[in-house]
Design a protein around this ligand. Sequence first.
Ligand code: CS2
Length: 489
Amino acid sequence: MSAPRLARPDMVREPALRPAYDPAAHGVGIVHIGAGAFHRAHQAAYTDAALAEAGGDWRITGVSLRSREVAEALNPQNGLYTLLERGAEGTQARVIGALAGILAADPAATLEAMCDPAVKIVTITVTEKGYGIDRATRGPDRTHPAVAADLAAPEAPAGVLGLLVAALARRRAAGIAPFTVLSCDNLPENGALLRDGVVGFARLVAPELAEWIAAEIAFPSSMVDRITPAPTAQTLVDAERLTGCTDLAAIETEPFHQWVIEDRFPAGRPAWEAGGALFVADVTPYERMKLTMLNGSHSMLAYAGFLAGHRYVRDVMADAALAGLVQRHLAAAAAVLPALEGIDLRAYAEALATRFANPAIAHETYQIAMDGTEKLPQRLLNPAVCAEEAGLPLRPFAFAVAAWMRYCLGECDAGETYALRDPREAEIKAALTDHGRDPGAISLALHGLPGLFPEALKSSASWRAEVEDALSAMLAEGMKGAIGRELAR
Ligand code: CS2
């Protein structure tokens, strides 16, 4: 690439693509943990819109807990990067100025940043597995490496729970008002879950602090949505073409975006509504809708699609039989949801199918397939429990779970092997040794993974029969064969 490296807004060829404010004129008010592509396509873009419309000291210090990659790309660019929005009608670019810089793999500097009195909010996207919260007890998961390390050395934390507790403790001791903690991951009631995790961690290291955190700190929940694949070489080529600058931190995403947030920010917040955020008193129904419909069908199509040889979600949607199963899943997911005022679930399902089919977005099924044990409960298992309770068909959920089980074998129908990329990968492998390709034994072994399947499903004969039946078809006929025959059953 020959164009100069992006480092100042005025280097962007088209003025309309530059931030509509002077980034340097705004101080930092947010620390964001997990500054990957999703954060940069979502919360940072909303903050950019808020800065443009309402100003304020709301720029973001991004934190990468482990990798240096994002820092190396963004810091030489003074935090500036190109956001490409790819839709069926073409690609739009916009340069985002909301990020002030990135701290990489530097827990001490992260803690210091979190203690800055100017910081009013800590936002987080570390994926489901990043928190180290045990979903069953809702307390810290002592087997999580970062949690274990931070419990052993709470004064020098490096994980999410440890950093939050240490920062809140230091601020309290120094008489600095606390920050609001905003989880932006795809977890049910993410704010309440994180609050329980943080309070539980504090109980173990500083009991007197736990009650104060429980009483004083706001942990609003939020529902986030924007399909954001990993950037590719083409992302950088297109960013350069559209901005006239070399941009090693460019990312791409879809035009659609949604953010529904509980409005509890005692220390203030940016005017995120400028970017289209919706503030509500209770985010739970929105979260459930999105996790059950979008993420549930995403997981189903990722396992089935990956094993049927489809690299991208858009290829899945071009496969008529599998697209039919996506429609079936969306309808089954909608059927277990309570009505949500102002939302037409059929229209939502239609919009999702169109988003999945976006020909300009290359979203890998393998990317969505990762971390299944972290995703299944809220996406497929809890909705299946609701279906069982309501006497609704279990098959769509059972098919999706069977596809995950088939995926857990780590081998395609043609014999090619792949890594599961799941935090419980070793445990899954151990559970499946000796079970060969016997659907009953595989299903039994995976249903037995501690803490994963709800009792209501484990003890349901009809659920287990449906899962086994779907898995049998996948093993006997291959994934393509099973998909082709599923709707005609
Ligand atoms: C996907 C999500 O990777 C996954 O598991 O289902 O990242 C999905 O793309 C986002 O939640 C969309 O908002």
